[in-house]
Design a protein around this ligand. Structure first.
Ligand code: NMX
Ligand code: MLT
Length: 441
């Protein structure tokens, strides 16, 4: 069965579960909210539902119930590669099923029919100053594509129907995931390669074609596949996924929603941390002035950052309390890649990994002194020659589209409501504080 038919069946089978929960068990309490959470970024409040991925603080992410190694092991691989195609992962994220080779081939063929980007999108990006941040360019590219939205057209057709609205979200979602790597490659070539563009190779899978379009080596094809899969989804409370979900909950179409998500991803505490990590490392190397990095000088650099009131980029997490398995997956990739494991930058990142958790623990503020995904990702890009580190968040944004688009397809399938949490005033909090706590009604 084709992906959309399978999805239709799954959504229809799932709907009664959601209806039963809201109708029969809607008043069951699953959490309570403290003043600290209310002021402190809604940390840990259980108020979102997704079955696409789940983040355990100790274990890290599971996609559709599978850890990262289980996901990589289970999915069909790209020809001649140890890594799955992004197309197979998309099928898996949407349906929870490991696709057959034939099902993957269908997705790949479908993406090829969707991936042509209209010229006006490139014209809009070219109109920006060349020194605009590449995340601005990506966001503008996605917004420019909005006029293509099938969901918006369906809404405006006068025939809008909640039960089938997910189908046009699926169409937009599929167009976005097929086109975003093309836009990203265009931005890369525009900004850093004098606008020398490389045409799509229609014989290649998504990751391999991206490598080809940015003029990369064959080895980079696996880097792209691994990178896009690892960055795809981190349950739905992170800034980019939550923003996409929130904006789409107003029935803004997937283009509006994902451009908003990308704008959140561009924050230095979120996706932009990958650019910050490389910036931090380069600054540190400059200060070393040719000397070898040691535990002592890395410790000093970490303290200099902390004493200047800055965060150590790539460390800490709002949910995780252990080393991010996405960090580990990339570290293992480095360790098994001849050349990369002996690369001076990898060695420095490994030294920071040895040093930073102790320094952050001594500093005593962060609840999680361990590295997150961003601490390791830039080193791999750098090694393969993608040295323009302000581009790294764009790579994150290409991967994150998979998770955000799968989530909002299901949001519409299950008819999730417009999101609208309740505000309180400071005076109310002060009154509840003085009363020694408010009884939940
Ligand atoms: N370096 C220095 N201080 C830190 C760090 C860090 N890496 N992480 C947290 N803290 C501080 C934090 O600023 C806060 O200080 P204050 O009380 O003065 O406001 C205190 O520790 C408690 O914060 P936590 O509760 O541990 O972390 P929170 O959930 O608020 O924030 C992050 C999570 C990820 C925003 C935070 O750890 C951070 O800023 N890390 C560095 C940036 C980064 O790597 N972001 C990428 C996250 C992954 N991603 O790709 O999105
Ligand atoms: C992410 O991948 O979105 C980040 O790790 C941040 C998060 O989960 O909050």
């Amino acid at each position: 069965m084709a992906l959309k038919e399978t999805l239709k069946q799954k959504i229809e089978e799932h709907r009664p579960r959601t209806t039963k929960l809201t109708k029969e068990f809607g008043k069951v309490i699953i959490d309570q909210v403290t003043i600290e959470q209310c002021i402190g970024g809604a940390r840990d409040i259980r108020s979102l539902v997704t079955d696409i991925s789940y983040l355990d603080p100790q274990e890290g992410i599971r996609f559709r119930g599978k850890t990262i190694p289980e996901t990589f092991a289970a999915l069909p691989k790209a020809a001649g590669s140890a890594y799955p195609t992004v197309e197979s992962f998309w099928y898996f994220l949407l349906t929870g099923d490991v696709p057959t080779d034939a099902q993957v081939a269908e997705v790949a063929a479908e993406w090829k029919t969707r991936q042509a980007v209209p010229e006006y999108v490139f014209t809009a990006i070219r109109a920006l100053p060349r020194d605009s941040h590449p995340m601005v360019m990506l966001s503008v590219g996605i917004m420019a594509l909005q006029k293509e939205s099938k969901f918006a057209a369906f809404y405006n057709s006068g025939k809008f129907n909640k039960m089938v609205a997910w189908e046009s979200v699926y169409e937009d979602a599929s167009d976005i995931v097929a086109r975003i790597p093309i836009i990203a490659a265009f931005i890369y070539n525009l900004k850093y390669k004098g606008d020398k563009q490389i045409a799509i190779d229609p014989t290649l899978d998504m990751g391999a074609n991206f490598a080809h379009m940015i003029g990369q080596s064959d080895q980079y094809k696996d880097v792209a596949r691994m990178y896009f899969i690892l960055h795809s989804d981190h349950e739905s409370g992170n800034v980019s996924a939550h923003t996409t979900h929130l904006v789409h909950s107003a029935l803004s179409d997937p283009y509006y929603a994902y451009a908003a998500g990308l704008n959140g991803l561009a924050g230095p505490l979120h996706g932009l941390a990958n650019q910050e990590v490389l910036g931090w490392i380069m600054e540190f190397q400059k200060k070393l002035n040719g000397a070898e990095p040691t535990k002592e000088n890395v410790t000093k650099a970490l303290w200099d950052t902390l004493n200047a009131g800055q965060v150590v980029p790539g460390y800490g997490h709002a949910v995780l309390r252990k080393t991010d398995p996405r960090y580990t997956a990339q570290r293992e990739f480095c360790l098994k890649t001849p050349g990369l494991k002996d690369d001076p930058l990898f060695k420095l990142v490994a030294m920071i990994f040895e040093t930073a958790p102790g320094v952050l623990t001594e500093h005593g503020k962060t609840k999680n002194p361990w590295p997150n995904v961003d601490a390791q990702s830039g080193v791999i890009q750098w090694y393969y020659g993608v040295k323009e580190w302000d581009f790294y968040t764009v790579l994150f944004g290409v991967g994150r589209a998979l998770g955000c688009m799968a989530n909002i397809t299901w949001d519409r399938g299950l008819g999730y409501a417009i999101e609208r949490p309740k505000s309180v005033t400071t005076a109310m909090l002060e009154k509840w504080a003085a009363d020694g706590g408010r009884q939940l009604s």
